[in-house]
Design a protein around this ligand. Structure first.
Ligand SMILES: *[C@@H]1O[C@H](CO)[C@@H](O)[C@H](O)[C@H]1NC(C)=O
Ligand SMILES: *[C@@H]1O[C@H](CO)[C@@H](O)[C@H](O)[C@H]1NC(C)=O
Ligand SMILES: *[C@@H]1O[C@H](CO)[C@@H](O)[C@H](O)[C@H]1NC(C)=O
Ligand SMILES: *[C@@H]1O[C@H](CO)[C@@H](O)[C@H](O)[C@H]1NC(C)=O
Ligand SMILES: *[C@@H]1O[C@H](CO)[C@@H](O)[C@H](O)[C@H]1NC(C)=O
Ligand SMILES: *[C@@H]1O[C@H](CO)[C@@H](O)[C@H](O)[C@H]1NC(C)=O
Ligand SMILES: *[C@@H]1O[C@H](CO)[C@@H](O)[C@H](O)[C@H]1NC(C)=O
Ligand SMILES: *[C@@H]1O[C@H](CO)[C@@H](O)[C@H](O)[C@H]1NC(C)=O
Ligand SMILES: *[C@@H]1O[C@H](CO)[C@@H](O)[C@H](O)[C@H]1NC(C)=O
Ligand SMILES: *[C@@H]1O[C@H](CO)[C@@H](O)[C@H](O)[C@H]1NC(C)=O
Ligand SMILES: *[C@@H]1O[C@H](CO)[C@@H](O)[C@H](O)[C@H]1NC(C)=O
Ligand SMILES: *[C@@H]1O[C@H](CO)[C@@H](O)[C@H](O)[C@H]1NC(C)=O
Length: 781
């Protein structure tokens, strides 16, 4: 994060003009003649856009936020006065902090230091409480040894709730009260286990303060009976490997096995009593809790969303924390596919308009009940919802609820599924307004001040990103420019960049696929270029979007004349933001329509474009993309003209029975009800691998806690036993790397390896390339 404010005094007097240079509705082309080099793209893009994230402060005066300055100080900015004052001077900022939070009264800062990564979101740390006025810091608990899992300020009143050793604690006026005591490897209080963290909440805590800080709702996960997956760490961050690897014993429910059970608890902070509210929506072994949200301004009600195990039925349950009573207020049957856990609920309160019932309170949520994700207001006590938006497009994110003005700000795909524009809708009048020109292709988001009087509008592409500060009074003239990325634009002007364009392919079966095409600089249609497909393709995901594309390895392999790959990224059926029907068509048979769409698209593009070298067409994918690549190689042999000549398979799923229950069963249901589906979704046939002329490579981190090395081990077993020619393929295990493949020098090595494979494929005529920087001998010393 860099300090990028250009205007610092008299902001509201000095009205800035529109951003310069004006952004074009396309990816930048550079306009110069220098080509991107390997080192400035890989493994990290050096030419990249800066985006400032700010922490808006609530207080009497709206429009204040805290951000960091170049020297590391925390700076308090006021949009109204134009002043920026030092909040925490650089010399009082703890060394090597990982994250910070400011107390609601702005009198304290909570710092996470001594960080140790755990899974995708979770980490262990020490926490320091700093008094803003004196600058003094005190440890959250005196005997912490980098072992605190999470800590959070109460929304009011000064307490901090934290989790250590899977137990919940309250810190208040320097006193620590332990709330639960039976937490441990089999019982997770107020923090998620592995599968809830990765697949359900996407966070590292599962407790929620009531708005008035008098109660905490928290979930407890009981791992009894959940299978353990053991991950060996061969090096374990040592210079010389220990004789016995360290083994992580990870509670990880695989498909069809025992899931953790979940309990819903309410802590009364006045008495520190914990009340369990029994979950009866589904059988205990058939329950996943997916969202918890307070639907009140104080503490009168909290709602949780229970799913059945395979996540195609749900019930929203309203809990009264005082009496402990609960009732189902909303339910849905999604057995035509699955129900996504949108985590979008926000409390609104009363709506003073006829039709809303004068005594009802409401919350907003996003659902695809009519086939497209849209905004609805739901009565807290249950009853008919009111649909606010509709149409064949989807609401992506709720950015802000402004109850003073009856406005909900959101982004949507109304202009195109690959774009996002910012809108507001007045929930009393249903009047919708665009905050940006929604007729111009772009990808926008926004961040609103606490009381909604100001906002930062962030342009994220397709041209070079920038951010501007606006007052609600004028959506046409910005108050200031927060980031312009002028330096990046200057750097790009010397470069000849690949030419990225977007289009759609109309499939004969009546749907369209979004495509992103990257042509090498100085593209000459009379020549022939090798091709690399770079899909992800997983359910609900999106790769083809009009965000500014990082000038990374993908840009390099297109730019280097010795490689000059054309790349295609195509979102197949099952991917997101094109409606429920497009998504849910893959239900119960992952790995069938996705590769079929990629194969069809490749065949179609090869037929249409003589400048594509049909002899050299590859696919590279990671995770679901690795699975998709493997399925493409496996199944294309049964098509009349298999288009792909080589495959690069990174950290793939190869058999969904090895993946976790909560992600997989949402789409595939269980092996009990869908045995044949699981059978055909696995990679089980080697013939296609043996037939791919340019061969393939498989890469996987041995410390992958997410997609276990087991997937690659099983695929290798198949390919070896089926006698797939050793010349065809190679396997690279990355010692101790997780799903990101970054342990030690792994990332740099991986990209050198991939680049070598691309160069060899381009040179392949039957013989092998010699003496080039990307030749096999050079790369594999
Ligand atoms: C790229 O980086 C490598 C490793 O740091 C270095 O050896 C090489 O000289 C660099 N190449 C260029 C063209 O800068
Ligand atoms: C605002 O902050 C910037 C960056 O830290 C600093 O250069 C500038 O002097 C500050 N301006 C005021 C008015 O304090
Ligand atoms: C930092 O964390 C490590 C564990 O990751 C722990 O061993 C060490 O004691 C911690 N240091 C401090 C000062 O808490
Ligand atoms: C913290 O302590 C104060 C008085 O010492 C009390 O009024 C308040 O309710 C406590 N807060 C919590 C969350 O326990
Ligand atoms: C966890 O689940 C097991 C098996 O159902 C049960 O015996 C045990 O009492 C549970 N533990 C808690 C704390 O609820
Ligand atoms: C839950 O347990 C019951 C009784 O053991 C069993 O009949 C049922 O199939 C289980 N349901 C699930 C979803 O595993
Ligand atoms: C509701 O709207 C009516 C008519 O506009 C107004 O008279 C009344 O004060 C409003 N009540 C509240 C609580 O805003
Ligand atoms: C309206 O709300 C008040 C306060 O919550 C309650 O006492 C009253 O019974 C409600 N009236 C109706 C008609 O629901
Ligand atoms: C917005 O307009 C209102 C009414 O004209 C005015 O009172 C208010 O000060 C303006 N706010 C800002 C931030 O300019
Ligand atoms: C970029 O590619 C598109 C689509 O092929 C083409 O229409 C356009 O002219 C190209 N632009 C440049 C600068 O080459
Ligand atoms: C290809 O077709 C043959 C003959 O129908 C079938 O046996 C084989 O399983 C198919 N292979 C794949 C990967 O679908
Ligand atoms: C799974 O597939 C194999 C062949 O690939 C077949 O022999 C077996 O019957 C299938 N099992 C089910 C349950 O479909």
């Amino acid at each position: 994060m860099a300090w990028a404010r250009t205007v610092s005094v008299g902001l509201f007097l000095q009205l800035a003009t529109a951003i310069t240079p004006a952004r074009e509705p396309r990816q930048p082309l550079g306009g110069g003649d220098r080509l991107l080099t390997y080192n400035e793209t890989t493994p990290t893009a050096l030419n990249r856009a800066t985006t400032l994230a700010v922490d808006w402060i609530s207080g009497d005066q709206d429009g204040q936020y805290v951000t960091t300055s170049d020297d590391g100080a925390l700076i308090l900015e006021s949009i109204v006065t134009g002043e920026n004052t030092t909040f925490i001077p650089a010399d009082s900022v703890p060394a090597d902090y990982h994250e910070y939070w400011i107390s609601p009264d702005q009198d304290r800062v909570l710092w996470a230091v001594n960080y140790t990564k755990q899974y995708r979101y979770s980490y262990f740390a020490d926490y320091l409480i700093q008094d803003v006025e004196s600058g003094e810091t005190t440890p959250l608990v005196p005997d912490q040894v980098g072992d605190i899992q999470y800590a959070e300020f109460a929304p009011s009143g000064g307490a901090i709730a934290f989790v250590r050793g899977n137990n919940l604690y309250i810190h208040n006026n320097s006193e620590v009260t332990q709330i639960t005591s039976d937490g441990g490897p089999d019982l997770f209080h107020a923090v998620p286990d592995w599968v809830y963290e990765e697949e359900i909440f996407g966070t590292r805590s599962t407790f929620w303060f009531s708005p008035d800080s008098q109660y905490i709702a928290f979930l407890t996960f009981n791992e009894t009976g959940v299978g353990t997956y053991r991950i060996p760490y061969y090096m374990d961050n040592q210079e010389v490997a220990p004789p016995y690897p360290r083994e992580l014993e990870l509670r990880y429910p695989k498909v069809g096995t025992t899931n953790p059970t979940v309990a819903f608890n309410i802590l009364d902070l006045a008495t520190n009593d914990v009340r369990n509210v029994p979950i009866t929506a589904f059988e205990p072994n058939d329950t996943i809790v997916g969202e918890v949200a307070w639907v009140t301004d104080e503490h009168s009600g909290v709602v949780y969303r229970a799913f059945n195990r395979v996540q195609d039925l749900d019930k929203h349950v309203l809990v009264d924390p005082v009496s402990g009573s609960s009732s189902v207020v909303r339910e849905r049957d999604g057995t035509d596919g699955w129900l996504d856990n949108g985590l979008a609920i926000q409390y609104i309160g009363q709506v003073n308009t006829t039709g809303y019932g004068l005594n009802s309170t409401w919350y907003v949520d996003i659902t695809d009940a009519d086939g497209w994700n849209h905004l609805y207001l739901y009565p807290v006590q249950g009853g008919e919802p009111i649909q606010l938006t509709s149409g064949e497009w989807e609401v992506a994110t709720i950015l802000k609820v402004d109850t003073a003005r009856s406005l909900i700000y959101y982004t949507s795909t109304e202009h195109h599924s690959t774009e996002r524009h910012v809108y507001s809708i007045n929930y009393a009048t249903k009047k919708k307004s665009a905050l940006v020109d929604d007729t111009v292709a772009a990808y926008w988001t926004a961040s609103f001040s606490s009381k909604g009087t100001y906002y930062i509008l962030s342009y994220q592409g397709p041209d070079v990103p920038y951010q501007e500060v606006y007052s609600l009074n004028s959506s046409t003239t910005p108050l200031s420019t927060l980031t312009s990325n002028a330096g990046l634009i200057a750097n790009l002007s010397a470069l000849a960049l690949p030419n990225i364009t977007y289009f759609e392919l109309a499939h004969p079966e009546g749907f369209t696929l979004n495509v992103m095409q990257r042509l090498p600089p100085f593209f000459d249609p009379s020549k022939k270029y090798p091709v690399l497909f770079t899909p992800y393709g997983g359910p609900g995901a999106q790769e083809v979007s009009k965000t500014f594309k990082s000038l990374n390895w993908n840009a390099y392999i297109s730019s280097d004349p010795d490689l000059a790959y054309i790349t295609y990224t195509i979102d197949n059926r099952g991917t997101g933001w094109k409606g429920r029907a497009f998504r849910s068509t893959i239900t119960e048979h992952l790995g069938s329509l996705e590769p079929a769409d990629q194969i069809w698209a490749a065949q179609y593009l090869l037929e249409q474009n003589a400048w594509l070298d049909a002899e050299h067409v590859g696919m590279w994918g990671w995770s679901f993309g690795g699975y998709l690549t493997a399925k493409v190689l496996e199944t294309q042999v049964n098509t009349t003209t298999p288009p792909f000549t080589f495959g690069l398979i990174t950290a793939p799923v190869t058999d969904w029975r090895f993946y976790d229950s909560m992600y997989t069963e949402r789409y595939m249901k269980t092996p009990l009800t869908n045995a044949a589906g699981y059978n055909s979704t696995a990679v089980r046939s080697a013939a296609g691998f043996d037939a791919v002329p340019g061969g393939f490579a498989i890469m996987h981190g041995t410390g992958d806690d997410n997609v276990h090395y087991q997937h690659t081990a099983a695929l290798v077993d198949l390919l070896v036993n089926e006698g797939v020619s050793p010349e065809r393929w190679e396997v690279v295990p990355f010692t101790d790397s997780d799903h990101n493949i970054r342990y030690g020098g792994a990332s740099a090595w991986l990209y050198r390896f991939l680049t070598g494979r691309l160069w060899e494929e381009r040179e392949r005529v039957g013989g092998e390339g010699e003496g080039h920087q990307w030749g096999r001998r050079e790369v594999l010393v």
